[in-house]
Design a binder for this molecule. Sequence first.
Ligand code: C5P
Length: 219
Amino acid sequence: IEDKPLAGQKILITAGPTREALDPVRYMTNHSSGKMGYAIAEAAAVKGAEVTLISGPVTLEKPNNLKKYIQIESAEEMFTAVKDNLKDQNIIIKSAAVADYRPEVYVDKKIKKSDEDFKLTLTRNPDILKWIGMHKTPEQLIVGFAAETNDVMENGISKLKKKNIDMIIVNDVTRADAGFGTDTNCVTLIDKKGNKKAYPVMPKKQLAHSILDYIIANF
Ligand code: C5P
């Protein structure tokens, strides 16, 4: 039990960006590399959990010893994959950087350029984490991430409440050693009891174990 503290626990993790297509050759996305989520998936498997990883398009190797690995592209595909796999999960960790908007219409042939400007209308994607917060069972533990550029703690606390989740991990993405694409991260963890824990800058792989250790010790 000591070296497999998550044995018997089912964990669902989302990671990476989403890709929102405009036509067959163009899409919108963000700078998420998937490194934090993949590190958590790998660490959870090492600790004995049954891990389901739902991933957007990334260039990372699939972690070892997953129970299930689902690759998706868009936020809507991620939402479907989450809903299909939510039942029976004990812990849900949403580290994916889901696009908040997608092009309102998908044009199935390449859009031709003209000399005019092109106006693109975006429509809201579902907030997957908020949906999970609304539909979770009392036994399920829900963890979200918040990438912020300002008022980091205030925004983190307000998201924790708005999304009805148990814990949020906030990072200041304006730091060079934290956030998108880096191998290190610098985060503060806030749980719904109001406990706060600030971690020093550390490798995402090590931070993944620290976050899971916090969950093991506190929930
Ligand atoms: O509201 P914000 O996007 O900052 O919240 C970030 C958290 O919400 C992350 O855990 C992210 O995975 C999740 N999220 C989501 N669906 C969205 C937007 C964010 O699940 N459409």
